[in-house]
Design a protein around this ligand. Structure first.
Ligand SMILES: [Zn+2]
Length: 164
């Protein structure tokens, strides 16, 4: 789908807005002037962009991946609920963001356009994991490896926060 916007063209119409085709949206958008054919990066143009971000739902039973459409500039935070489309009713628990991945880093919050992967879990499994953690006498037992990895990721994050 092509989107058209009306902005000033630096080449043929610096004073008056003319029709442009939006070639690329986002932080550095690219536009095509329909009057003179110039293709350039307009400064200060803010366009809401829909971005597809991968959500990895780290369930105990059958983890799965979904893509969600987010709006550029939307801020996502850990522990927030995320709404997944096209999830069967039986899988339709509220999903909670457990981690946000930007490149190879895990961050507590990020804008939609920076995100590589959103890690999420069903809410009921989060409470279950927390309860289990309290009861556990041996931190490394079969089946707890994943949550141990998460704990160390959290420890890394809190260390990073203390250092900054
Ligand atoms: Zn032009």
């Amino acid at each position: 789908m092509t989107q058209h916007i009306k902005i000033e063209c630096p080449s043929c119409s610096p004073e008056e807005k003319v029709s442009h085709e939006l070639i690329k949206l986002g932080i550095s958008p690219l536009v095509h002037c329909l009057e003179c054919g110039l293709v350039y990066v307009p400064f200060g143009l803010k366009t809401p962009e829909k971005i597809s971000v991968r959500v990895f739902v780290n369930r105990i039973e059958k983890p799965f991946t979904r893509w969600v459409k987010l709006t550029a500039g939307e801020l996502l935070c850990e522990d927030e609920e995320i709404v997944l489309d096209n999830v069967k009713v039986s899988d339709g628990e509220p999903f909670i963001i457990t981690s946000l991945q930007v490149g190879v880093r895990r961050v507590p919050s990020a804008h939609a356009e920076e995100l590589d992967t959103i890690w999420a879990r069903p809410l009921n499994e989060i409470t279950f994991a927390k309860r289990r953690k309290i009861r556990q006498k041996h931190p490394i037992s079969p089946g707890s490896i994943r949550s141990v990895a998460e704990i160390s990721a959290l420890a890394e994050y809190s260390k990073a926060v203390q250092e900054s």
